[in-house]
Design a protein around this ligand. Structure first.
Ligand code: SF4
Length: 473
């Protein structure tokens, strides 16, 4: 198969690519028949895992309001009984706790995501964290993150989380600008957001990290700079800068489609990102990954970094997704079905995928792109064949040099999904020619007009940044 790199060449000038490309997870695995799900799960539970760093994800599928930009909204909080959900979630945790798989290696990070974990009551949060700490082999320095928002996250809940053992809070602020916040469906204003973060950080008992989004409707470089200045003044441990991810299922997407709302294009977002990275560097913050920045040594960002490196992760709660020994799985997103399965003492699985080819280089590539450094010689023995593309990317400012150890510039980090997409495709051809051929043939069968032996530039997609796991909003 010929290696055609031309679809991945970048343009010279300020806009190397027209848009950011969606990186789809590698589809090398096949779904397991529904009738075999429970037996497959039981067999998996008997396996002893290799002694590598592992993670745990807990999903809380409730939100008090639907934020305009968000594609992860599932169940309105007021229509559901969180006490009932908590009881079932604890049952699910206890059901798997004593298996050989669960106990076989330490867990280095636990992440509560959603939805909104802080929608639960103080007592419910305390019970879940305590159950995990009592029954699972957490590493002594295990990072335990509670993702939350200001709404309904009162002192009683914060105390309960800390008392039970949480040591990191990731708070979705998105912007401090009161007008933009209101348009997004956020009820608290700038002063309330600042006060909340200040009070939480001043307790000095856990890492406090705040999420900001750039590219929002009505956001300008001026409002963005004000947001960054507030971050610089707050006693935070870290901050995450995310580009707006316009997901087709969101109210915001519909607004953009029918012309009522305007959001930043890729070039404008690149400028927001550059401004943010340069400002934080000027203040001495460390860039931990493409989106994460740490000010203090307390912020490790362990869960996010390890998941990108392909670490195994256990998963619990309706709509959670996990990956164990190459087998990925998803828990039922329908709450009633989730409860019914647990009543039968069964893992409430919605689907499981057979392990496909174990592509170690793929995880190293993903982890490297996220960390801004990729050693191509460690990924393939054919690295030299990629040199023309590497030189071109260096010429347009995406890489710091034309060496086979890639180091991403700030521009390269903004366009990281494009670099990942391109390298994933090309390394597949170099490392797994038979697999690459089969994939192209299967695409050609599904779309007879679109198949060919060359790798095609992806279609521009409104979905700019695929959520690879459970964590990114
Ligand atoms: S951003 Fe968070 S709180 Fe808002 S709808 Fe999405 S998951 Fe719920």
């Amino acid at each position: 198969m010929t290696l055609d790199m031309t679809p991945f060449y970048a343009q010279a000038g300020n806009v190397p690519f027209k848009d950011r490309w969606a990186v789809m997870p590698f589809r090398g695995s096949t779904p397991i028949d529904k009738s075999l799900l429970q037996q497959t799960w039981q067999d998996l539970q008997q396996q002893v895992m290799p002694k590598s760093k592992r993670l745990m994800y807990i999903h809380i599928p409730f939100c008090a309001t639907h934020c305009l930009f968000c594609g992860f909204y599932q169940n309105p909080l007021h229509q559901h009984d969180t006490k009932r959900y908590t009881q079932y979630l604890i049952e699910e945790l206890l059901m798997d706790a004593n298996s050989a798989l669960s106990q076989s290696a330490p867990i280095h990070a636990v992440y509560f995501g959603g939805g909104t974990p802080t929608a639960l009551s103080a007592d419910e949060l305390h019970q879940i964290i305590t159950t995990i700490r009592r029954n699972y082999p957490l590493a002594p320095d295990c990072e335990i993150t509670i993702e939350g928002r200001i709404l309904n996250f009162d002192d009683e809940k914060i105390d309960a989380c800390l008392e039970a053992g949480a040591n990191r809070f990731s708070i979705g602020i998105q912007t401090f600008n009161t007008n933009i916040r209101k348009r997004l469906g956020r009820t608290s204003d700038k002063q309330q957001a600042i006060k909340f973060l200040t009070d939480l950080a001043m307790r000095d008992k856990a890492a406090v990290v705040c999420d900001l989004i750039f590219g929002l409707p009505k956001q300008t470089l001026q409002t963005w700079s004000k947001d960054l200045a507030i971050i610089g003044d707050l006693p935070l441990d870290g901050v995450d800068l995310y580009a707006l991810n316009l997901l087709p299922t969101t109210p915001l997407f519909k607004g953009v489609e029918n012309g009522r709302v305007v959001v930043a294009d890729a070039q404008e977002k690149a400028e927001f990102y550059r401004t943010g990275v340069e400002y934080l560097a000027q203040l001495g913050w460390n860039q931990l990954s493409n989106s994460h920045f740490g000010k203090t040594t307390r912020e490790r960002n362990l869960y996010n970094l390890l998941i990108k490196q392909g670490a195994d992760y256990l998963a619990f709660g309706s709509c959670a997704g996990g990956n164990l020994n190459g087998q990925s799985f998803m828990i039922d997103r329908n709450l009633e079905r989730y409860y019914q399965q647990l009543n039968k003492q069964q893992k409430p699985l919605m689907m499981m995928l057979q392990p496909g080819s174990q592509l170690g280089w793929l995880h190293r590539l993903q982890g490297g792109i996220e960390a801004g450094r990729v050693d191509l010689n460690a990924l393939t023995i054919h690295a030299n064949q990629l040199l023309p593309l590497i030189k071109q990317w260096h010429q347009v400012g995406l890489l710091m040099s034309d060496h086979l150890i890639l180091r991403l510039t700030t521009s390269g980090r903004f366009w990281a999904s494009n670099l990942l997409f391109a390298l994933q495709k090309l390394l597949m051809v170099l490392n797994e020619p038979e697999l690459a051929k089969r994939q192209i043939e299967s695409m050609a069968t599904k779309n007879p007009n679109g198949g060919s032996n060359s790798i095609k530039r992806p279609e521009n997609s409104a979905v700019e940044h695929i959520k690879l796991n459970n964590i990114e909003k």
